[in-house]
Design a protein around this ligand. Structure first.
Ligand code: PLP
Length: 460
């Protein structure tokens, strides 16, 4: 069968039987999927033989790119040795043990334990149960509320979507988990720009005012709920799925100051920002945060196999261990040996190749310099990046910064043009996002930026 025929057959089967995540099933059934059949380096390949630069590292996860034979060998070796065993009922196996130890060695000093899960959503579910259990053990069972943020993303399980601040998710599938509330996000371009106390001479001043304003919203919510009823504040270092939103410089210091006033845990969701994306092992380190818990996933195995976990700081871990008795929680695939072996090898390659430092000192600054050149495009209201994560804000009027009507779906148009012309760039409304593999080269960054500019030209 010719490649194209095989592709058409798969498309038809896909439309007939396959319900895709975050997809309008009917619309996809009518339009059909693009079938991805292979990948190498930072490129994916479709059934028609087209090569597409993967500006999103899959779903923010394929940090080491698509052809790492050592990851394949690690999986194969572990499959042969011990394809599965669980970590329940007083058993363990070498990959889970070694991975736990290595993660704790790489994590900030006060973090010495990890609970494994199969995904980032499960990591956030587990975190929620640990946080509430912690306070119950401390004799403060009324400390139940979790404060998270509007437009944050923490997964698709019931707890994950409840923790997330995505209104369309809350609207489907029944009630959210009780005891979770959301405050405003530090999204200057969408919510701070041109509003509040703006200084005519400096953008930075107004951004910083906005960052502090968002932190005041945390203080206000804590006071509203009563500090004795609040268990934790949950946030991503940089909101990923919400739109690659880097907070103003003032934001995290102001949040830290608020939390320091109250006895409330800090949970930093590192599912995207962990493992080098922002040029540090963890995004928390970029912002000088000391989280009590950190959900992790994605880059942990470079996306080659599903694995996640919660890194648990000493304060919480000591209480759960010393005072908790049995924790009635866990997954069949918690610490799956093959996934753990691949994660361990991922961490080994990252250290051997010094990937985190390379993102911080070389690739991140290079992307920043190239990405910033897109700011002169008539459609672009802001071009921002940090490490290997970037965003473009599309605007209808460059002078005023006015946005397009949502109904025009300009971001989706730009995304589709990119995909047709050989670049995966994601759209969140009219915000275009990139998060390429951490092994991308300067030349490939140049190619990415050229493809993005050409797509902007065609969109305009
Ligand atoms: N947390 C964050 C910050 C994420 O971006 C995601 C996924 O995109 C999740 C949690 C959920 O992870 P998973 O899709 O592995 O369940």
């Amino acid at each position: 069968m010719a490649i194209n025929d095989a592709g058409e057959r798969l498309k038809a089967l896909d439309a007939r039987h396959h319900l895709h995540p975050f997809t309008d099933f009917k619309q996809l059934g009518e339009q059909g999927s693009r079938i991805i059949t292979g990948a190498s380096g930072v490129y994916i390949h479709d059934a028609d033989g087209q090569r597409i630069l993967d500006g999103m590292a899959g779903l923010w996860c394929v940090n080491l790119g698509y052809d790492q034979p050592e990851l394949v060998a690690a999986a194969s070796q572990q499959m042969t040795q011990l394809p599965y065993y669980n970590t329940f009922f007083k058993t363990a196996h070498p990959p889970a043990i070694e991975l736990a130890a290595e993660l704790c060695r790489l994590a900030p000093e006060h973090i010495n334990h990890v609970f494994f899960t199969g995904s980032g959503s499960e990591a956030n579910d587990s975190m929620l149960r640990m946080v509430r259990r912690f306070w119950a053990l401390k004799g403060k069972p009324e400390k139940q509320w979790i404060i998270a943020r509007e437009n944050g993303y923490h997964g698709s399980t019931v707890a994950g979507m409840s923790l997330g601040g995505m209104a369309p998710m809350h609207a489907q599938g029944g009630p959210c988990v009780p005891g979770i509330t959301h405050i405003r996000q530090p999204y200057w371009f969408a919510e701070g720009r041109g509003k509040g106390s703006e200084s005519p001479e400096s953008d930075t001043h107004s951004r910083d005012d906005f960052g502090r304003l968002c932190a005041e919203a945390l203080d206000a919510r804590i006071q509203e709920l009563g500090p004795d009823n609040v268990a934790a504040f949950l946030a991503e270092p940089v909101q990923g799925a919400g739109g690659a939103i880097m907070p103003p410089d003032s934001y995290w210091p102001a949040i830290k100051a608020v939390l320091a006033k109250y006895d409330i845990l800090l949970v930093v969701d590192e599912v995207i920002c962990g493992f080098g994306r922002l040029g540090e092992w963890f995004g928390s380190q970029h912002y000088d945060l000391k989280p009590d818990l950190m959900p992790i996933a994605k880059g942990l195995s470079s996306g080659y196999l599903p694995i996640g976990g919660v890194l648990v700081g000493d304060r919480v871990a000591d209480t759960l261990i010393e005072e908790g008795g049995e924790f009635f929680h866990g997954f069949t695939y918690s610490g799956h040996p093959v996934c753990a072996a691949v994660a361990l090898k991922t961490l080994e390659i990252m250290q051997r190749e010094d990937i985190v430092t390379r993102v911080r000192d070389d690739l991140g600054p290079y992307l920043a310099s190239r990405w910033a050149t897109l700011a002169d495009h008539p459609l672009v209201g802001e071009a921002r990046s940090l490490g290997l994560m970037g965003a473009l804000e599309l605007v209808a009027d460059k002078a005023s910064g006015e946005r397009f009507a949502t109904s025009l779906a300009v971001g989706n148009l730009c995304r589709d043009i990119c995909f047709e012309t050989g670049l995966v760039m994601r759209s969140v409304g009219d915000t275009m996002i990139i998060s390429p593999p951490l092994v991308i080269t300067h030349e490939q960054i140049d190619a990415l930026v050229s493809l993005a500019r050409a797509a902007l030209d065609e969109t305009a």
